[in-house]
Design a protein around this ligand. Structure first.
Ligand code: PMP
Length: 355
């Protein structure tokens, strides 16, 4: 830390992203990326004359992509917001909808960035414990009068709450924004985006990083009442109106047009998830029922940390969190079937070694 850093950031603990090592080739099951490549239209769009046009700024209104998304989901263009990854949308939302007496509230065990944003913007916030079975207790959020952020499915557990519970949260917090982070909704969850018509305080955030195989392109989108979207645009136009580059915009548009390809991929991932969970259970793992593209699992014979380290030594990356309440678990991204077969064989080898 330099002596120049503003006092207010000195104690800030930044988010630790999952490893992206370059030292050797790993089977990467640690950052919930898709094992499948982007669709053909995406590759064509990025290779096209758009590259030559990189000399020009991108469209700050992102009109074409917003239109494509609006059409696919049957909402108005004004209900769509785009940013550089859903992380940006989360960041801007914490900035826009909490503070000045409005506290932020989110589950104690969830996406680690929520706490970082709350601290970055110096907000008062509360972390709400999960139930013993790791599910979010929706009732704890009723009438909370906070800016509420819930990942549904939650990370790193993969557990969901129901649409009815979300409606109750929305109805009992009419004066606050309720943000539902649906980064993983395409793997078996139910999106609540259709509720934006009825609930002006609902913001639903999704991403191209998981189901649409574009984590490296950085593209997130949100659904909300047009006034919420315009609030978020105020922040975007006050920071970086060109925060989505030209290549990402055309790639996103092409991906929306080839939605069926991505749906098929999601179905394959769902199938592989159930294959992997069953196989892990057979060898003594406790596996939490997941609606995401990852599973959260705990071995009855090797610690979370040891499993993570042994897998890494054998060329497979999974994610381990040192937080006391979840330190026995590892989070395993669902890769292609062949990768999961190698993963399972490797886990069996490790279990033999620790016997
Ligand atoms: N929300 C959740 C729950 C996540 O796990 C992630 C990915 N790490 C994100 C949002 C951010 O995704 P991105 O910025 O790639 O859209």
């Amino acid at each position: 830390m330099s002596r120049f850093l503003n006092e207010k950031y000195r104690k800030l603990e930044a988010y630790t992203p999952g490893e992206q090592p370059r030292d050797k080739k790993y089977i990467k099951l640690n950052t919930n990326e898709s094992p499948y490549p982007p669709s053909k239209g995406v590759l064509d769009a990025v290779n096209s004359r758009e590259t030559a046009d990189l000399r020009l700024y991108s469209d700050p209104e992102c009109k074409h992509l917003r239109q494509a998304i609006a059409e696919l989901y049957g909402v108005d263009c004004d209900n769509i917001y785009l940013a550089n990854g859903s992380d940006d949308i989360l960041s801007f939302s914490f900035m826009a909808f909490a503070g000045n007496g409005v506290r932020a509230a989110f589950p104690e065990i969830s996406y680690g960035f929520y706490k970082v944003f709350a601290e970055l913007y110096n907000l008062d916030y509360i972390k709400i414990p999960l139930k013993d079975d790791f599910s979010v207790c929706a009732e704890d959020y009723y009438g909370l009068n906070c800016f509420i952020v819930i990942a549904n499915p939650n990370a790193p557990t993969g557990k969901t709450i129901s649409k009815d519970e979300i409606i109750k949260i929305l109805e009992t917090n009419p004066d606050n924004v309720v943000l539902i982070d649906e980064a993983y909704v395409d793997f078996g969850g139910e999106s609540v985006y259709p509720l934006i018509k009825e609930y002006k305080n609902l913001l639903v955030v999704q991403t191209f990083s998981k189901a649409r195989s574009m984590a490296g392109a950085r593209l997130g989108y949100a659904f909300g009442d047009k006034e919420l979207i315009s609030d978020l645009n105020k922040i975007r136009y006050s920071t970086n109106p060109y925060n989505i580059n030209r290549l990402t915009l055309v790639a996103g548009e092409a991906a929306i047009k080839e939605n069926d390809y991505y749906k098929d991929n999601c179905n394959k991932i769902i199938e592989t998830r159930s294959f992997t969970a069953d196989a892990l259970k057979e060898i003594g793992f406790e596996v939490i029922d997941s609606k995401a593209n990852f599973i959260f699992a705990k071995s009855n014979s090797v610690s979370g940390e040891e499993l993570y380290k042994s897998l890494k030594a054998k060329g497979i990356l999974v994610r381990h969190f040192s937080d006391e309440k979840i330190k026995d678990y590892v989070r395993i991204t669902i890769g292609a079937r062949e990768d999961m077969e190698v993963f399972l064989e490797t886990v069996k080898e490790i279990l033999e070694e620790v016997k």
